[in-house]
Design a protein around this ligand. Structure first.
Ligand code: SAM
Length: 221
């Protein structure tokens, strides 16, 4: 059966959500750069706004209070080209979901970016189709760590020093079966990818931009 499209029913895009990669400008795609250059309002974390000093757009810093940021955004959308910047890819734990929930899927245009998770697996030369992705960024998930032993690859989005005790418990539970790789500040000049033990992790100064990869030892050796 043919699909009928009613153009009149389609609302105009009001917000473009742009994935900006893990931090370095070389990992921002040309499509993202073009949307940013055309923006009249750029909204995002201060760190992301600083990546584009030449953009002429008005800037709106998005901090921890997401509902307040969404309220402010709703006063800006309409006649102006509003671009929301997110880290990495919009589809991996980003501001994209609350923005889409507030303004509607039909009214948001999403430009994908290179995720920090992609970069972490690329650094190890590993396929990540079968990886389990866990976010400990905003809150620490309550989960059965022992049950994760069945996973071949796990990527944990780590939320800085406060998540260390949780991360250590996970690392100690799985280190007999899995090799641990701490991937910090990916794509930035201070990038560090370190294979370590749980004991070494205990004394580590965690960057707020860290991913812990746990890779089944059978795959690695
Ligand atoms: C809110 S999530 C956003 C993830 C993002 N959408 C992506 O695709 O990379 C933030 C988490 O991403 C990870 N992250 C972002 N940038 C990173 C980087 N340059 N190096 C390592 N991890 C990074 C960290 O785990 C951080 O806590």
């Amino acid at each position: 059966m043919a699909l009928t499209v009613h153009p009149g029913a389609i609302l105009p895009v009001c917000i473009t959500i742009v994935g900006c990669g893990p931090g370095a400008l070389d990992y921002v795609t040309p499509a993202a750069q073009a949307a940013i250059a055309e923006a009249e309002v750029l909204a995002g974390a201060a760190r992301l706004l600083e990546l584009f000093p030449a953009a002429a757009a008005e800037r709106m810093v998005v901090g921890g209070d997401i509902p307040a940021a969404l309220d402010h955004l709703s006063t800006l959308v309409g006649n102006r080209k509003v671009v929301v910047l997110v880290t990495g890819d919009p589809g991996v734990r980003s501001l994209a979901q609350p923005v889409i929930a507030r303004f509607g899927r039909d009214r948001c245009n999403v430009i994908p970016g290179i995720s920090s998770v992609q970069v972490a697996f690329a650094r190890l030369g590993l396929d990540w189709t079968d990886a389990r992705l866990i976010s400990a960024h905003h809150h620490l998930p309550d989960m059965d760590f022992a049950a994760l032993a069945a996973e071949t690859k796990i990527a944990v989005l780590v939320g800085g020093a406060s998540s260390l005790p949780w991360l250590l418990e996970l690392a100690r539970t799985l280190e007999a079966t899995h090799a641990l790789f701490l991937c910090q500040d990916l794509t930035l000049p201070r990038e560090q990818v370190t294979c370590l033990t749980a004991d070494q992790l205990a004394g580590w100064k965690l960057s707020p931009q860290s991913i812990l990869l746990l890779v089944e030892k059978k795959l690695w050796t």
